[in-house]
Design a protein around this ligand. Structure first.
Ligand code: TRP
Length: 472
């Protein structure tokens, strides 16, 4: 991407931003969190947060990027230049924002590897193997075959490492040869197909026996299931899925042209991203409940998509082909996100360490390999490692969960606090509002200002204190 060029059209900007926004976050992460944290109540919390917090931060980050034409570190530095003491130190916010994608990309590639594996799994196994009544052994215990298959895969040592490296290499090669444009073009065709497929599966799921209970679980909020953790998890998911609090949107904003309508672009990203996540939930959650009841939903973890979807594909004739297509499409959605994550990191490393692009790619790849491999082994030979053992409520978290938790529930809220302080105290809410509004009418300006000035910081502090275990 050439800095000066800018995005040639608004639709180009929206597609680029949506391409990076829609990924494993929508299809893998959102459904399992929703299932785990009580279904409807999580969905409701999430939607409320997207329309308030998420919106305000998405707008703010794009505006910061467009005002400075720089990435997060440069933008924070520019605004804080010449400011004294506290306001001057807000500039470290740029760094916090830039470190997050470096933590995310290794485990993103691990999950990308799982998706790659499942493309092959759907191709090479008779689909009946995954049917909901089939049982197989894992660690000597009989369980649903698709669960056992998943467990056997992730707890084996070499296979997940192989698929992780394969997924990572494909993405690194695409990034290194600068052929992202080709991938993006592909994506413009494949993403709508993925959405149509998801809708078709949703409709099919509606006819499963017991699907009603599943839809109820997903769509009817049950206040009794609400807890602090619902908010912590929904907030983390919001950051992850909208790619905010990690510098990405600042960078995208920097490529945007002055005459583009920032407000409507942000609206489109918000609607698109949330829409895809909602559909993914609508596809997966009714099936989990239909197959295993609410218990199965509540005990969902990172394997949900990989365990449930094959059962769905096993339940109708020709499901195998649909399964292969599904995982290939998800693979593409994951790859576009992984490539933009990688790009961002390479860009930051190049600029801040003043080294060549090739060296930056190399450094980044080394980082991904080391952290990613440790993450994969966290399910096998390193399964005794529980990094957050010392905090009782997180004592059971494995390495992947820990990386996910630290980036989404700790660092991103901190990054978002810095962004908010930058907007309110350093740039000034009026100045940034003027920049965003341009000469158009901006209906949600009050939401933006109210969130930025009043609610974001206190709420994030509560979330943080709670997440770190200091509050209950
Ligand atoms: N939002 C992406 C998803 O839903 C994941 C993601 C997080 C991402 N941070 C990113 C993508 C940075 C691109 C750039 O899967």
């Amino acid at each position: 991407m050439q800095k000066k060029e800018g995005f040639t059209s608004k639709i180009g900007f929206v597609l680029a931003a949506a391409g990076s926004a829609v990924g494993l976050g929508n299809i893998w992460r959102f459904p399992y969190l929703t299932a785990k944290y009580g279904g409807g109540i999580f969905l409701l919390t999430y939607l409320v947060l997207v329309l308030t917090f998420g919106y305000a931060l998405l707008v703010a980050e794009n505006a910061i990027g467009r005002m400075t034409g720089k990435g997060p570190i440069g933008a924070f530095r520019e605004f804080c230049a010449g400011k004294k003491s506290f306001l001057g130190s807000v500039r470290i916010g740029g760094w916090i924002n830039s470190i997050v994608p470096m933590i995310i990309v290794p485990y993103y590639c691990v999950i990308g590897g799982w998706v790659t594996k499942y493309v092959f799994a759907m191709m090479c196994n008779p689909v009946a193997r995954f049917s909901k009544d089939a049982v197989e052994k894992f660690a000597g215990t009989e369980m649903a075959a698709s669960t056992a298959y998943f467990q056997n895969f992730v707890t084996s040592t070499w296979e997940p490492i192989g698929f992780f490296l394969l997924f990572m290499l494909i993405n690194v090669i695409v990034a290194a040869f600068g052929v992202e444009k080709g991938v993006e073009r592909f994506n413009k065709i494949l993403m709508p197909i993925l959405i149509l497929l998801i809708i078709a599966i949703c409709i099919y799921c509606g006819f499963l026996p017991n699907a009603g209970a599943g839809f109820r679980y997903y769509l009817m909020p049950d206040p009794a299931k609400f807890s602090y953790m619902t908010v912590v998890a929904a907030m983390g998911q919001l950051f992850f899925s909208l790619s905010i609090a990690m510098g990405i949107m600042i960078t995208y904003g920097a490529y945007m042209r002055k005459e583009d309508d920032l407000v409507s672009s942000v609206n489109q990203i918000e609607i698109f991203d949330t829409g895809v996540a909602f559909l993914a939930g609508l596809m997966i959650i009714p099936c989990v409940v239909a197959f295993g009841g609410e218990k199965a939903a509540e005990s969902a973890g990172v394997g949900l998509v990989f365990i449930t979807m094959p059962q769905v594909f096993a339940s109708f004739p020709g499901g195998q082909f649909v399964g292969v297509a599904f995982f290939i499409l998800v693979l593409f959605a994951a790859a576009t996100s992984a490539i933009s994550l990688l790009e961002t990191n390479v860009h930051t490393i190049c600029q801040e360490l003043k080294i060549s692009r090739a060296k930056a790619i190399f450094l980044n790849v080394m980082e991904i390999i080391v952290i990613g491999a440790v993450t994969v082994l966290g399910y096998s030979v390193l399964s005794f490692v529980k990094p957050l053992k010392f905090i009782p409520k997180y004592s059971g978290m494995d390495i992947l969960d820990t990386l996910d938790f630290i980036s989404n529930s700790v660092l991103m809220p901190i990054g978002a606090i810095f962004t908010t302080v930058l907007v309110v105290a350093v740039i000034g809410i009026e100045r940034i509002s003027r920049e965003i509004r341009g000469d158009k009418k901006w209906y949600r300006e009050w939401v933006f200002q109210f969130c930025m000035c009043v609610i974001v910081v206190p709420c994030l502090l509560v979330v943080l204190l709670n997440a770190t275990g200091l509050l209950g």
